[in-house]
Ligand binder design. Structure first.
Ligand SMILES: [Zn+2]
Length: 219
């Protein structure tokens, strides 16, 4: 690998869901997975929707890496826009271990056995923070040294503002809210969202969202 030290390379794709599939209107949104380079490994966070291998392969090229450099694949949760590409990814990374939050493991179709993750487990330098609500086994990942927090779908951004995941895709809204409060207490320097670009002061923005008593983006 060309890159040394810690780095984050996003893999950004656009997803179109036709009207009638997930509600009456057509949905179009970005979905991100991340390559995280660490001193002792290369971690892929989420496998993207089905057909993602090309875009992930291009991201590997951008950082001077190969599929065989991927040591771990960590799935934030079981939804298809995050795990649909797992079969293609697993076929290209036979040496990698594939991890997911323990309660979501039974809901993820995987060609290889999944390694279940629980509170305070670690995948290399990434600490597992269970953030249930969106799904029962949803996890976030914290790199304490770099202040990086990968939040999956616990929260996202749209047009520069933070917003909750849409209600129709969230299993338990009250639990999701408790998870957001836990994330706000971690005070990371950067939050990386599976949907939407980064914002400049994510902790202040998240506290604003939590204190706003619902409001825009709540459903
Ligand atoms: Zn989701």
């Amino acid at each position: 690998m060309v890159n040394a030290g810690t780095f984050v390379e996003p893999v950004i794709q656009q997803v179109h869901v036709p009207a009638g599939v997930a509600g009456p209107v057509e949905l179009s949104f970005d979905v991100r997975c991340f390559l995280v380079g660490l001193p002792d490994g290369l971690v892929l966070i989420d496998a993207g929707p089905a057909g993602s291998a090309g875009e992930i392969g291009a991201a590997l090229e951008r950082v001077g890496a190969h599929w065989s450099d991927v040591t771990d694949v960590v799935l934030t949760h079981s939804h298809p826009d995050h795990v649909g590409g797992l079969g293609e990814v697993a076929a290209r990374t036979p040496g990698a271990r594939i991890w997911a939050g323990a309660p979501d493991c039974p809901h993820i179709a995987s060609p290889v056995p999944l390694q279940p993750l629980s509170d305070d487990d670690r995948v290399r330098d990434l600490r597992v923070i269970p953030t249930p609500g969106h799904t029962k086994g949803h996890i976030s990942l914290l790199h304490e040294g770099e202040g990086l927090l990968f939040v999956g779908d616990a929260v996202g951004t749209l047009s520069g503002s933070m917003m909750r995941a849409p209600a129709q895709f969230t299993a338990d809204a009250a639990e999701a809210e408790r998870s957001l409060r836990r994330l706000s207490e971690l005070a990371p320097a950067r939050m990386l969202f599976s949907h939407g670009p980064e914002v400049t002061d994510p902790v202040a923005e998240l506290r604003r969202l939590l204190n706003g008593n619902g409001g825009a983006g709540g459903n």
